[in-house]
Write a protein that binds this ligand. Sequence first.
Ligand code: C5P
Length: 397
Amino acid sequence: MSELASRRILLGVTGGVAAYKAAELARLLVKAGADVQVVMTEAATRFVTPVTLQALVGRAVLTDMWDASVPNNMAHIEASRDREIVVVAPATAGFLAKLAHGFADDLLSALCLARECPLLVAPAMNRQMWEHPATQRNVATLRADGVAVVGPAAGDQACGETGLGRMSEPADIYAELVALLAPKTLAGKRVLVTAGPTFEPIDTVRGITNLSSGKMGYAVAQAAAEAGAEVTLVSGPTALPTPPRVARVDVTTAREMRDAVLARAPGTDIFIAVAAVADYHVVGAKDHKIKKRAGEAPTLTLAENPDILGEVASLPRPPFCVGFAAETENLREYAQAKRKKKGIPLLAANLAQEAFGADDNALTLFDDHGEHVLPRAPKIRLARELVGHIARMLAPR
Ligand code: C5P
């Protein structure tokens, strides 16, 4: 089931070119099974018609403060009362200014003032308007008032200029809504996650590494942040963007990863080791490119890398440690043995051949109570289930 199924969302649309993308956002929300009420400003209706949005969400669009079809004639109160969140996308510079100062001279601004639920805005405007100190002041005021802000993004603008001010893509706004509506099961917790491979140099251009895209670890970091945790992600080399609200520390080798983790472990409540750490590094790696000589193959001497998870788990006051294991066979047997050997309460195991590089995976969780199968699903969904499982294990009985 989708994270937004049956969630009651009010989508506010204000008058900017990006209003056409609001239709795409509405479509994504409806596809996810959300219950969407659209409210448009008069200016927004100049860019897209209420008919388009009504057709997409299957519900009459509200535009007018004096809409006589609302039983008590108080659309600004009625429209937001049964909603779990209000998202204004796009939010123009003018609308942000109104919100920041508490103006309530049209239906959307009035209901934003009257609402009891969280508010997310997706600013969209020309880059100069975004950079203007007045807009920056207004956005800072809104943040201080507890309003969530997504974007804006950088790139080409409808006005022909290039810069910061484009509305975030509908998929990014959608992800932000999922995060805001997620249960805050790890609120107040500090979570440290390792992800990706490590790269162990042979010389300045060659090295040995593990196959790992980093997708599972990044998904775990994202899910922990959605659950309200303060997340640090120690990442080996990957091509992935940092998830929102996650602090990322980039490392290359296993020894760098160990140092970055151990420096942070003391203040950490939960350590989730997802990285595919190389088991060995090359002794005497060269600081220049080794010249190739015909008929002569160099011999590499390898030395064992530190077991980062093992070291954290054996600290005097260890955080709650979660390990990952990729096996190619005998998953159950190897996984429980590994959990015991590392002395950790929870281990998530998968079959390596099913997971590498893919966007989905299947996991089996092993703890003191046995095993819990998480059937094949997108990695982010599995990560959310894993985070839920950790939160339940940590919850006071
Ligand atoms: O020992 P093995 O590599 O099979 O264990 C996998 C688990 O241990 C993963 O959670 C991985 O991130 C972690 N690990 C580690 N440091 C290593 C090797 C693995 O933290 N050197």
